[in-house]
Ligand binder design. Structure first.
Ligand SMILES: Cc1ncc(COP(=O)(O)O)c(C=O)c1O
Length: 304
């Protein structure tokens, strides 16, 4: 990770290396935190954050779902996100706001423990590698099941829940795959370890509903809007593994991942084993939008 100069911590700009916490931090012990992942990109008018408001809304919804009362309002957090990109002189950046419980008391009922907020930003390239856009990725069906709505709040980006995602990701990479597809507790497709998933079959685009435990991804939302724009028929519906394997194209979506074709599952080619035309068309439009090159989507970009 390429360190930046500052991290925003509880309302102050702190040197990256000084933004430290106690080992008795509640979140370190119990995973009691929530976070966001967003990107700023260089546009022709300067650096701009994509769908800032949506990300901040989701951060607050995630916090509420896990009983964390953020001690700053949405305007302060939004301004801090823009500020951290600016003071670090970043043109394009991955931005990571983290809401966590500090130290004070141990135990599962966080009594006298402060809710703290850190916001970091740094340069982070393509999450699945520089070649993934062109070549696609090879994935497996994970033996690890996606967190269930009966045991977590999967729509929230809760720190502890990501133990589940790391199990799936590490296992996939150990087996020689780039990433994993996770199934829900009912056996239908939920999403990737850190991405939503779409399948294109018989001229129809599908994605699993949030009820499977998939995160309500902001890229997912944007891709649905792109599908509408291109008059691609789209439906949110349960997908099983057989549906996936017989799809013409499959792709992952996510802020870190962007839009990336999946070319094989467990060694079996999807379609012709290459990134499909529809995936490329949607990916290109997505990149145009996030880079501020489509005037119809300019409102999604908040300039730093
Ligand atoms: C588990 C999971 N699913 C899906 C996504 C994609 O969400 P978004 O498009 O909002 O980045 C992410 C990334 O944040 C994720 O961690």
């Amino acid at each position: 990770m390429e360190k930046s100069k500052y991290i925003w911590l509880d309302g102050e700009l702190v040197d990256w290396d000084s933004a430290n916490v106690s080992v008795m931090t509640h979140t370190l012990h119990y995973g009691t935190g929530v976070f966001e992942g967003m990107r700023a990109r260089q546009t022709e008018n300067g650096s701009g954050v994509f769908r800032l408001e949506d990300h901040v809304e989701r951060l607050f919804r995630s916090a509420e779902a896990y009983n964390l009362d953020i001690p700053f309002d949405k305007k302060i957090i939004s301004d801090a996100i823009l500020e951290i990109v600016k003071v670090n002189n970043l043109n394009s950046a991955y931005i990571r706001p983290l809401v966590f419980l500090g130290d004070g008391e141990m135990g599962l009922l966080p009594g006298n423990v402060p809710v703290r907020v850190a916001i970091a930003a740094w340069e982070w390239g393509a999450y699945l590698g520089d070649e993934a856009g062109r070549e696609g990725v090879k994935v497996c069906i994970s033996d690890w099941q996606r967190i269930s709505p009966k045991s977590f709040q999967p729509f929230a980006k809760g720190v502890g829940g990501y133990m589940n995602s790391t199990l799936a990701k590490i296992d996939a990479v150990k087996k020689g795959f780039d990433d994993a597809i996770m199934l829900s507790d009912t056996g239908s497709v939920a999403e990737g370890s850190g991405q939503n998933i779409f399948a294109f079959k018989d001229n129809m685009l599908h994605t699993p509903p949030i009820e499977t435990g998939a995160l309500g991804g902001i890229t997912r939302k944007t891709v649905i809007e792109i599908a509408n724009l291109f008059d691609i028929e789209f439906v949110e519906k349960d997908i099983n593994v057989e549906d996936l394997m017989s799809s013409d194209e499959i792709f992952f979506t996510g802020t870190a991942t962007e839009v990336i074709g999946i070319v094989s599952i467990d060694g079996a080619d999807i379609g012709n084993g290459l990134v499909g035309d529809l995936t490329t068309k949607i990916r290109n439009k997505y990149l145009e939008i996030v880079n501020g090159k489509d005037d119809n989507f300019k409102d999604y970009i908040t300039l730093v």
